[in-house]
Design a protein around this ligand. Structure first.
Ligand code: PEP
Ligand code: MN
Length: 330
């Protein structure tokens, strides 16, 4: 670990060392962390490299051990954020302590659980709180170990604009070959930083070997990322951007008007269905609508996935309208 830490420090691109002293594992019998005896090792790595260190804590005892060893930053893992009892236990153990706490998203895609954890830690008096986006479990998902569901993370960023916002590409990807794509995406979405797993001999890492990279590869990936700024002061760029934004607003207004017209026609169909005692949902008709939309949309350069999501939302709104008509509420 010390060798890896030294290599990481030597890149000059690492601000902090992360290590799991206690590791929550899905199945028993896997490597569950080295435990308390690893804390002095970590302190040693910190002293040698001059870098602060962060570990995951999931209960009061772990918080006390971490504080006793003057760990610089704590993080709450995804499997803890899901459990309000555990988050509260950690929060109570932190009352009156001045230490930064990073909170990973819960395993399941539930933004309220994530913000609930933020509130519990904030109420314990912790001032420096950060968010870590590590993706969400989803059954049958193949590309990622944990589906990023970027929109959920962006909603959190919008809700808590002052909190540090970190991306965890290692746990999103679960494999090293796609790490850089996720890193680039996070940079493009203006995240503040990364938490990435690195190991001197990745293939022999005792946990999550497939997602570990050597410090040298980590350093190269960080060099290859294209860093973009959120804002610029260049006049030309700003006026060009302003013109395009006016066009976007105009198109959005038109889209809303068209959608409202579409909904009014759906209402009329709803009345006919009611008068003729026909069910709201007619599967064959809906399949026809979707097929038309997908083939038209794809010709226009829109992805099938987007068209499906968009039309599902439109369809749901139509059904809700027609249901109100059937129930005599409209
Ligand atoms: C980890 O960071 O090593 C870890 C266990 O991650 P998560 O809480 O995201 O599953
Ligand atoms: Mn891990």
């Amino acid at each position: 670990m010390i060798t890896t830490a030294q290599q990481l420090a030597a890149t000059g691109k690492v601000d902090m060392l992360r290590a799991g002293i206690w590791k929550p594992r899905t199945k028993p019998g896997m490597f569950e962390g080295i435990g308390v005896k690893g804390l002095p090792w970590l302190k040693k790595a910190s002293q040698i490299t001059g870098l602060p260190v962060t570990i995951e804590v999931a209960n009061a005892k772990q918080v006390q051990d971490a504080l006793a060893f003057e760990i610089d930053v704590l993080w709450i893992g995804a499997r803890t954020t899901v459990n309000p009892f555990s988050v509260q236990e950690v929060a109570d153990a932190l009352r009156g302590v001045d230490i930064p706490v990073l909170i990973k998203n819960p395993v399941n895609p539930d933004p309220d659980l994530w913000s609930g954890a933020v509130e519990r830690i904030a109420r314990a008096g912790i001032k420096k709180i950060g968010l870590i986006h590590r993706g969400f479990s989803s059954y049958g998902n193949t590309d990622y170990r944990n589906a990023p569901m970027w929109h959920l993370a962006i909603d959190m960023k919008l809700k808590y604009p002052d909190l540090l916002f970190i991306n965890d590409p290692s746990h999103i990807c679960g494999r090293r070959d796609i790490l850089k794509d996720v890193m680039q995406k996070a940079v493009d979405l203006d995240y503040d930083g990364f938490i990435i797993e690195s190991h001197g001999d990745p293939d022999h890492a005792w946990s999550d070997a497939a997602q570990q990279v050597t410090p040298a590869i980590l350093s190269r990936m960080l060099d290859e990322i294209i860093w973009r700024k959120e804002d610029t002061t260049s006049e030309d760029f700003l006026s060009a951007l302003e013109k395009l934004r006016v066009q976007i607003n105009q198109l959005d207004d038109e889209l809303m008007q068209i959608l409202s017209r579409r909904m009014k026609i759906a209402d009329q169909i709803g009345s006919y269905k009611k008068d003729n005692n026909i069910t709201i949902l007619q599967t064959t008709r809906w399949n026809e609508v979707m097929d038309r939309a997908i083939s038209n949309g794809e010709n226009l350069g829109l992805s099938k996935d987007f068209i499906q999501k968009y039309f599902d939302a439109v369809h749901l709104e139509s059904i809700n309208h027609q249901k109100r008509i059937m129930d005599g509420e409209m």
